[in-house]
Ligand binder design. Structure first.
Ligand code: TXA
Ligand code: MG
Length: 322
C-alpha cells in the first residue's frame, strides 16, 4: 500500500467513512485513527500497531456532549477537568455506555475519552458521525511520533494516508485521570501536570503501574514503552558518561549539562533556555533522530522531577527499560 502525506481533511474524512485507518495530528502525538464504533476497523488498528488486544484504545470526540454519549456517568470531577482542560492533553477514564464495544476497552467497563486540541483534527471530527479510536501512531513499544515523517518511517506502507498537521506542539501523550473508590488517580502523567490538576481537585495520587501488575487500570503503563531500538540509559549526570565514548559510539540527550562539553558527540539539547514544555515537545524527535544514527548507546539526562519534567522522566525511564 502506498502511504500519502497530505493536508486534505475532506479526503481524510472520506477515507475514515470508508473504514480505513489513517494517521491524524493531535497536540500531543500523532494518532492511528479509525471509526471507534466499527469493530473491524478497531481490529485493524490493533493489527497495524502490533498492539496486544489487552491494551485498550482512547476515544477522540469533538464535544462534551459527544463524550457524554459514550460515558454513563458524568461526575463533578469530570465536569471540572473537562471545562478546564478540554480541548487538550487530558484523557478521562469514565464508565462506558453500551455504545462502546468491549473490544475497544479490552473488556474494561471504563472508556478513555478526550477532545484533542488540533484544528485539523477538530475539523475532521466535526465532519464525522462517529468518534475516532486512536492510539499513538507508532508500532507497539516504539517511540511515539511527533511529525508526519516519523509516522511515515514507522508505518509507511501500512496505512493509506497521513494527515499532516505539522510538529505536535506538546510532544508528550495526554495525562490519563480517573476515579476509584472516591480517590482521583493519575494513571499516566502527561502534558497536563499533577500540579495543574491538584489546583482544581485538591491532592491527587499517581498510580504507577508496572509489568508485574496485571490489572487493567492502565495497561499502557508497561515498563518497556516509548523505546528506541538503540539501547538507552538515563542518568542524573551525563558528563560522567563521556569517558565511555572511548569504547562505544555514544549519543546524548541533554537538559542540564552544557552542550559545549559534548562537542565530539551527536547530542540534542532538549531546551537551551531550560524550558520544560519546550523539552517535552522536543523529546521524541530527539530520540527518533539519535536512534537513526547507528549508535551503541543513547544517554539521556533526567529532568528536575516537577511538573511536566516528571512525565518526561517517566517516558525516559520506560524507554530505557528494554
Ligand atoms: O495523547 C494521547 O493520549 C495520544 C493521542 C493520539 O491522543 N494517544 C495515546 O494513545 O497515547 P495510546 O493508546 O498510545 O495510549 C493510551 C493509554 C494506554 O496506556 C492505554 O492502556 C490507556 O491509555 N487506556 C486506554 N483506554 C483505557 C481504559 N479503558 N482503561 C484503562 N486504560 C486505558
Ligand atoms: Mg502509545
Amino acid at each position: 500500500m502506498q502511504t500519502i502525506i497530505g493536508k486534505d481533511v475532506v479526503k481524510s474524512a472520506q477515507l475514515l467513512r470508508e473504514g480505513n485507518v489513517i494517521a491524524i495530528p493531535t497536540e500531543t502525538v500523532y494518532g492511528l485513527a479509525g471509526n471507534a464504533l466499527n469493530s473491524k476497523v478497531v481490529s485493524q488498528i490493533f493489527n497495524i500497531k502490533g498492539r496486544p488486544i489487552t491494551n485498550p484504545l482512547i476515544l477522540h470526540v469533538n464535544s462534551v456532549d459527544q463524550a457524554k454519549l459514550y460515558s454513563s456517568e458524568w461526575p463533578e470531577w469530570a465536569e471540572i477537568l473537562s471545562m478546564e482542560f478540554w480541548p487538550g492533553p487530558l484523557t478521562l477514564l469514565l464508565k462506558k455506555t453500551g455504545l462502546i464495544n468491549d473490544q475497544l476497552t479490552s473488556g474494561s467497563d471504563r472508556v478513555a475519552i478526550r477532545i484533542p486540541a488540533h484544528s485539523m483534527t477538530r475539523e475532521l471530527l466535526s465532519m464525522l458521525d462517529f468518534p475516532l479510536a486512536a492510539p499513538s501512531a507508532n508500532p507497539f513499544t516504539y517511540i511515539s511520533p511527533t511529525t508526519a515523517e516519523h509516522v511515515l518511517k514507522q508505518l509507511g506502507g501500512k496505512i493509506p494516508y497521513i494527515l499532516d498537521g505539522g510538529p505536535c506542539k506538546k510532544g508528550l501523550e495526554s495525562t490519563i485521570v480517573g476515579m476509584e473508590e472516591g480517590q482521583i488517580y493519575i494513571y499516566r502523567e502527561g502534558a497536563v501536570t499533577a500540579e495543574q490538576i491538584s489546583k482544581w481537585l485538591g491532592p491527587i495520587k499517581i498510580k504507577v503501574k508496572n509489568d508485574e501488575d496485571k490489572s487493567t487500570e492502565a495497561p499502557g503503563m508497561l515498563q518497556k514503552h516509548y523505546s528506541p531500538y538503540t539501547r538507552l540509559l538515563v542518568t542524573e549526570d551525563a558528563i560522567s558518561w563521556k569517558e565511555l565514548g572511548h569504547e562505544k559510539k555514544l549519543g546524548f540527550v541533554l537538559y542540564n549539562s552544557p552542550a559545549y562539553l559534548f562537542e565530539e558527540f551527536p547530542c540534542v539539547v532538549l531546551s537551551h533556555t531550560k524550558d520544560p514544555d519546550e523539552a517535552a515537545s522536543n523529546l521524541y524527535a530527539a530520540l527518533h533522530a539519535l536512534d537513526a544514527m547507528g549508535l551503541d548507546l543513547i544517554i539521556a539526562e533526567l529532568m528536575p522531577a516537577e511538573g511536566i519534567g516528571r512525565a518526561i522522566n517517566d517516558r525516559l525511564r520506560r524507554a530505557a527499560n528494554s
